[in-house]
Design a protein. Structure first.
Length: 312
């Protein structure tokens, strides 16, 4: 897999989102013109347009996105089907539309630039707006609900695991102590509440807190687990799964699943007699990361890691 691209002139860009690791992902999927492909995270449609450009008239592309805003980016192409739901329902909707097996699956787990840039969605610390963070606005639980109802222990675990917040325990205790008397109607009011416990660079600290809340609101880890398990079921032998992660927990989960079919580290035991049937052939021995050129064009690609595996 070539990680060095000389030019990015053909990467489809929009105000909605710039697709990361575009060429590397398409290369990793090894698009077959008559194949059936799934883009689990349609977003701005950048990766999808790349897949469509390599599909012939018999090829099909099924795209998922739980964010209603993404539907505005769907091209007029009868080879493509848009499913307005979370990719954790991958198998259910493929069956519903009579696709028993598919040739390749892509999941770009990053939040779209559009979501970050829309103040009323509550994803970014750059704007004031409601503390929402729902990707699917049909679901009832918002970031405010989590801040107000989670126990101190739950909040501690959340900020420690998903945000890697250095003083997660102190932060959780502070929120529980003051949340009933604080106004949590907006991002600005939440920032003011956090002010006494912020450590180090305030912007980095707040970004970590927001990341943790967003991952919890949208159950991102649970959805990823569901999708990976179903991908193993719906991919045909020789089909490929490409996953782009932006968080160390996500990347570790994908790495372990590709390597040993589980989500946890399995220690090597030379005395074990248990026979494990391999499901995947790992294509990317190390995760593919953005080139220097891409980093200049799109700084948000800095934490992106692409892993590709082939179904045995």
């Amino acid at each position: 897999m070539n990680e060095n691209n000389d030019t990015y002139n053909d990467v489809p860009e929009s105000d909605y989102h710039i697709p990361v690791l575009y060429k590397e992902t398409l290369e990793g999927l090894q698009i077959q013109p008559d194949g059936i492909y799934v883009d689990c995270t349609f977003g701005g449609g950048g990766h999808s347009r790349g897949i469509l450009s390599q599909l012939g008239p018999e090829g099909k592309l099924v795209v998922f996105d739980q964010d209603a805003d993404a539907e505005q980016n769907v091209p007029d192409d009868n080879r493509m089907l848009f499913v307005p739901h979370n990719f954790r329902h991958l198998q259910r909707f493929l069956r519903l539309h009579r696709f028993s097996k598919v040739t390749g699956i892509l999941a770009d787990l990053g939040v779209s630039s559009h979501q970050f840039d829309e103040a009323e969605r509550g994803f970014s610390i750059r704007f004031d707006g409601p503390l929402d963070m729902r990707m699917d606005r049909r679901q009832p639980v918002t970031a405010v609900d989590i801040i107000k109802t989670y126990t101190q222990q739950q909040l501690h675990k959340l900020f420690e695991q998903y945000g890697e917040v250095t003083n997660a325990k102190t932060l959780a205790a502070h929120l529980v102590q003051f949340r009933q008397h604080a106004s949590l109607t907006s991002i600005d009011s939440f920032r003011a509440l956090l002010q006494p416990v912020v450590k180090g660079n305030p912007n980095k600290y707040l970004a970590q807190v927001f990341q943790a809340l967003r991952m919890e609101v949208n159950d991102e880890m649970g959805a990823l687990k569901d999708m990976l398990q179903q991908a193993a079921e719906v991919l045909q032998p020789g089909g490929r799964l490409a996953v782009i992660t932006f968080h160390s927990i996500e990347d570790r989960m994908v790495k372990n699943f590709f390597k040993q079919g589980t989500f946890d580290e399995v220690p090597d035991n030379p005395f074990s007699t248990e026979q494990r049937e391999d499901v995947w052939k790992v294509i990317t021995k190390k995760p593919v990361t953005a080139s220097e050129e891409e980093l200049k064009r799109n700084p948000r690609s800095r934490s992106a890691k692409l892993r590709v595996a082939e179904k045995l």
